[in-house]
Design a protein around this ligand. Structure first.
Ligand SMILES: Cc1cc2nc3c(=O)[nH]c(=O)nc-3n(C[C@H](O)[C@H](O)[C@H](O)COP(=O)(O)OP(=O)(O)OC[C@H]3O[C@@H](n4cnc5c(N)ncnc54)[C@H](O)[C@@H]3O)c2cc1C
Length: 394
């Protein structure tokens, strides 16, 4: 079946959708009001984590995504050739540590619950943790090693997915903003109006990240996606002294919390280039981009507790972006139950890089009526956990 799909947003989620739909024979147009990969996908880290997710639907999506990344990374490298920069996929593993007496038991219990859900979560001794990370502060109370945690360079990964989509016939149109919906007499969405004219389509996939709430409203439907600001510090290049994704156990609490106030937890990792990324903060301040020194100070202080050697590191820059936050902590993936022709691929909060490929596969399966690899019901727009918030949005 040949269908016309418009994807709104050329971040990593839109890019993954564009590639998956184009590969399955659909004619795809991607619209972005800005340059591709210039939204949130360029403003975070590239962690592909299973370690921070408790048993449940999001973990199953992350496990599915983790199973897809190695194959897609290899396909992209082969298809795009040596002249295209590598997406830097690396299954380097994660090490989660507790730094307090009270933090040890919850971390170990959490890891046990993940093991029951099929995660490779290995409780290691302090000595084993120091073998994995020799520069880690030995003053820790528990540690869990997650060999399946991985990372990519998110901007290159987005560009590579778009390049592959283009190779499969997709038309990527930057600097075209979607302003509204085209509808037929039944109310079905039949395309979008844009700053460059009307773009008719059989289906519109909304993948506008933290802006999906406002774009959805332009298309006539409510969607409670809100921006959740996050900041990262970047050191200058240095010899590699951080070998895994290392974070303190507080991180899990921060990702699952809906608290609007500033929350920070330490996530430290090195990149292929030799810089160290130190994340990250979470706060709901709308789309306010002003630099917040208090957040940066807190992130830095917590990182020093993990890696004291960072006290001598130079910070080269700090950047931040807006995670697409959903009030029930699950992305929204699938056909809108209120308006025919509208599809959603949004709300991945701090995990959209990792979950992008799995999101695209679930959407394609639903669109083409194929069996999906995992149950997509928990992510559908009509799920019970989202219903109260759909009513709330003005
Ligand atoms: C500090 C920080 C750290 C993070 N770390 C990680 C991590 O380690 N791992 C991970 O998996 N995730 C991480 N994330 C989250 C991740 O970055 C997001 O979940 C992901 O990038 C969302 O991708 P997206 O494609 O949905 O949105 P975006 O990348 O924001 O793309 C949306 C696009 O929609 C476009 N758009 C908006 N309005 C319109 C319009 N009207 N018309 C046309 N186009 C429009 C925008 O220009 C934008 O390009 C982090 C986020 C932050 C802020």
């Amino acid at each position: 079946m040949i269908s016309d799909i418009v994807v709104v947003g050329a971040g990593i989620v839109g890019a993954a959708c564009a590639r998956a739909f184009a590969q399955s024979g659909c004619r795809v147009v991607v619209l972005d009001r800005d340059a591709p990969a210039s939204g949130t996908s360029a403003k975070g880290e590239g962690n592909l984590l299973v370690s921070d997710k408790g048993p449940g639907a999001e973990l199953r999506l992350a496990q599915y995504a983790a199973s897809l990344w190695p194959g897609v990374a290899a396909e992209l490298a082969e298809e795009l050739g040596a002249e295209f920069p590598a997406i830097e996929y690396e299954r380097k593993g994660g090490l989660v540590v507790a730094t307090t007496g009270e933090g040890a038991r919850p971390l170990l219990d959490f890891a046990a619950s993940q093991r029951d859900a099929g995660v490779d979560a290995r409780a290691v001794s302090i000595a084993e943790a120091l073998e994995l990370e020799p520069h880690l502060n030995p003053d820790m109370t528990a540690a869990v090693h997650y060999p399946d945690d991985a990372q990519v360079q998110p901007v290159i990964a987005t560009e590579a997915l778009l390049a592959s989509a283009r190779n499969h016939g997709a038309d990527i149109r930057p600097f075209v903003a979607v302003t509204g919906a085209l509808r037929d007499a039944t109310g079905r969405i039949t395309g979008v109006s844009t700053t460059a004219g009307a773009v008719p389509a059989g289906a519109v996939i909304l993948a506008a990240g933290p802006w999906s709430g406002e774009v959805s409203a332009m298309l006539g439907e409510r969607l409670p996606v809100r921006p959740r600001r996050g900041n990262v510090l970047v050191t200058t290049r240095m010899p590699h002294r951080v070998f895994h994704k290392v974070y303190d156990g507080d991180y899990f609490g921060a990702t699952q919390s809906s608290d609007a106030a500033l929350q920070t937890s330490s996530v430290v990792e090195s990149t292929a280039a030799g810089t160290v990324l130190i994340g990250s903060s979470r706060e709901q301040v709308g789309f306010d981009e002003r630099l917040r020194v208090a957040a940066l100070r807190e992130i830095a202080a917590k990182a020093l507790r993990l890696f004291p050697f960072l006290a001598g590191a130079s910070i080269m820059r700090s950047y931040g972006g807006f995670r697409p936050f959903m009030p029930d902590h699950l992305p929204v993936i699938g056909a809108d139950h209120r308006t025919a022709g509208l599809w959603h691929a949004s709300g991945h909060e701090g995990a959209g890089i990792g979950l992008s490929l799995a999101t695209a596969e679930l959407l394609v399966a639903e669109f083409l009526g194929r069996a999906a690899a995992i149950d997509a019901a928990p992510f559908r727009p009509d799920r019970a956990s989202l219903a109260p918030y759909l009513d709330e949005v003005a």
